[in-house]
Design a protein around this ligand. Structure first.
Ligand code: SF4
Ligand code: SF4
Length: 106
């Protein structure tokens, strides 16, 4: 969907398109909310100590955990905030600009 905003300088409050409505809590799982991410986290498994700090701190629950170990990032929901990289005590997570080649890790 696209809006015609050619007359935006002359809009009055009533002319603005209606904003989004969220009828149900927890519905973000139904959508790809990571679509506007500009950077993605990449983990160096050789540095990772499996402390799970990144999993605890991720505000979008976008880091999988199984058998008490971190797994893949869920890029459908990761927003690229960088909190995981900031909090990782082993400096094992790098934030890589979207559209760039992934670095060699491990
Ligand atoms: S915070 Fe860093 S060291 Fe800890 S589990 Fe996550 S990537 Fe591994
Ligand atoms: S960049 Fe942000 S949203 Fe993505 S996995 Fe790390 S903490 Fe979660």
């Amino acid at each position: 969907m696209s809006w015609d905003i050619s007359g935006i300088d002359h809009w009055r409050a009533d002319d603005f398109p209606r904003g989004a409505a969220i009828p149900d809590a927890g519905n973000s799982r139904d959508y790809v909310t990571g679509g506007w991410r500009s950077q993605r986290p990449v983990r160096d498994d050789a540095k990772c100590t499996q402390c799970l700090f990144c999993w605890i701190y991720c505000p979008d629950s976008a880091i999988a955990v199984g058998d008490e170990k971190v797994g893949a990032f869920n890029y459908d929901h990761c927003k690229g905030c960088g909190v995981c990289a900031k909090e990782c005590p082993a400096d094992a997570i790098s934030m890589v600009p979207e559209g760039c080649e992934l670095p060699e890790v491990g």
